[in-house]
Design a protein around this ligand. Structure first.
Ligand code: PLP
Length: 486
């Protein structure tokens, strides 16, 4: 494809994306295809000869679009949002257009330094404090996912804890020895359990800390007891992960109290704020991160609520040497004068893979086009929509809030008057009906054994009109389900 042909086809593709986004609200949110349908529709043989792009786009329309759940649909209320703003798509095009590998500073200085400047700026905008900036001795990086952020934080924590090993040898030399312990709650995202598995620690390394009474948030007292008991038993507490905005219900672990307890044991504190962290751009939500200046690492995903197409997970550490200390390996072919000078950041040492994309460009494009004020308005709008939606749930005796709303996440259940089991069954059926209708998409969780419908407001195109329509559909569907079981 030469540049002129690219220009022609590029316009065609941009037109396709623009048409898709303009019409996405008219599509069923959830893909309705059966397992195997997409595969059955595609030719098994790969083309031997080149084919025109038009033919590929026709296949996309015929097969891919029906086989797609439309995450950018305004009535997508499932999981957490995956905002892929068109602005970020343009930034992504820039990145792929440049086509650089930013593994080392020397392989493309701008790829590294744009990211450094951007993450230093965002650290300030989120109120993380100067200790998380490069100027302050820490620094940020863009990882592919919050799962990777948690994994590398765990590896850095293992490295830092090496000096507490009886053998005196480091984790980098001998690996783990079965005494390591990691502290989470039952609500912590499964990526922490996966990080524990990937790091070779084994499931027994994972300690589930109880919540404070009447809440789903980590109890600092229970954490203190668990840390003390493990230390007394000769085990080695390595990392505590408080979550700001759990996936199920948006629970907020108390970062300051958790960090104060963890610090007494020299334990690494990694805050997982994958979804909710970006809300700290708004000063009125910044108390969610109270105590963040005490932690070792902090993660939030720009690819969830911050208008940036997957993948862009932002990870800050308060010690810029922590990740390179754990991960840096320098074969001869990567040696270069800039690295040897010690004056540059080589982001390959901050992540698992060697190669890395110029992800900063899409986030930079978003921050520039919206401005911080625009990003705050985006977050505030969804939080306000969720608050109004929660009020309707509170006021209707046919529904109940399962927990108090957290930012833009509302968790509810259907009330039938027939007891818990009937309410759970009705809630499940209402969710299934709504998802099958294609008009909206919801997901669920289970809290204290009870089935809960989650309404995660945050799709870019969602307005009051879509939230009102969801409420009307919930009311009508719940009435229908109650009548079916009566
Ligand atoms: N942590 C929390 C609280 C999440 O909600 C999620 C995903 O929803 C993750 C971690 C994992 O995110 P990622 O897909 O970026 O690994």
């Amino acid at each position: 494809l030469d540049p002129e042909e690219f220009r022609r086809l590029g316009h065609q593709l941009v037109d396709w994306v623009a048409d898709y986004r303009a019409g996405v609200a008219d599509l069923p949110v959830r893909s309705e295809v059966a397992p195997g349908w997409v595969r059955s529709q595609l030719p098994a043989e790969l083309p031997e000869e080149p084919r025109p792009l038009d033919a590929l786009l026709a296949e996309v329309d015929r097969v891919v679009v029906p086989g797609t759940t439309h995450w950018q649909h305004p009535s997508f209320f499932g999981y957490f949002p995956a905002n892929a703003s068109l602005t970020s798509l343009l930034g992504d095009m820039l990145s792929t257009g440049l086509g650089v590998q930013g593994m080392l500073w020397s392989t493309s200085p701008a790829c590294t330094e744009v990211e450094q400047v951007l993450l230093d700026g965002l650290a300030g905008a989120l109120g993380l404090g100067p200790e998380f900036t490069f100027a302050g001795g820490g620094g940020g990086s863009i990882q592919d996912s919050a799962s990777s952020s948690a994994l590398v934080a765990l590896l850095a924590a293992l490295h830092r804890s090496s000096k507490t090993r009886a053998s005196g040898e480091g984790w980098r030399e001998t690996g783990v020895d079965g005494t390591e312990r990691i502290y989470v709650t039952a609500e912590t995202h499964s990526s922490l359990a996966k990080a524990v598995r990937v790091a070779g620690l084994g499931a027994r390394a994972l300690r589930i800390v109880d919540p404070s009474p009447g809440s789903l948030a980590m109890s600092p007292a229970a954490l203190a007891a668990a840390l003390a008991a493990d230390a007394a038993a000769g085990l080695r507490p390595i990392l505590v992960c408080p979550t700001v905005g759990t996936t199920g219900t948006g629970a907020i672990d108390p970062v300051r109290a958790v960090a104060e307890v963890a610090r007494e044991h020299g334990v690494w504190v990694h805050v997982d704020a994958a979804w909710a962290g970006v809300a700290a751009l708004c000063p009125e939500f910044r108390d969610l991160l109270d105590g963040v200046e005490l932690v070792d690492s902090f993660c939030t995903n720009a690819h969830k609520w911050l208008l940036t197409a997957f993948d862009a997970s932002l990870l800050w550490v308060r010690d810029a040497t922590a990740l390179p200390g754990a991960l840096s390996i320098t074969p001869e072919y990567l040696r270069n004068a800039a690295t040897d000078s010690g004056d540059v950041v080589d982001y390959r040492d901050w992540q698992v893979s060697l190669g890395r994309r110029f992800r900063a460009l899409k986030l930079w494009t978003v921050v520039h086009s919206y401005g911080l004020a625009g990003l705050r308005a985006h977050v505030r709008e969804h939080v306000a929509l969720a608050a109004a939606f929660a009020d309707r749930v509170r006021e209707d005796p046919g529904f109940a809030l399962a927990v108090e709303p957290s930012l833009a996440l509302v968790c509810l259940r259907v009330v039938t008057g027939g007891g818990d089991a009937a309410d759970d069954a009705a809630s499940r059926r209402v969710l299934e009906h709504i998802n099958a209708s294609g008009a909206a998409l919801l997901t669920h969780t289970v809290v204290d054994g009870r089935y809960v419908i989650r309404v995660a407001i945050g799709s870019m195109a969602t307005t009051k009109e879509h939230v009102d329509a969801l409420w009307a559909q919930l009311v009508a569907t719940a009435a229908q389900v109650r009548a079916e079981v009566a």
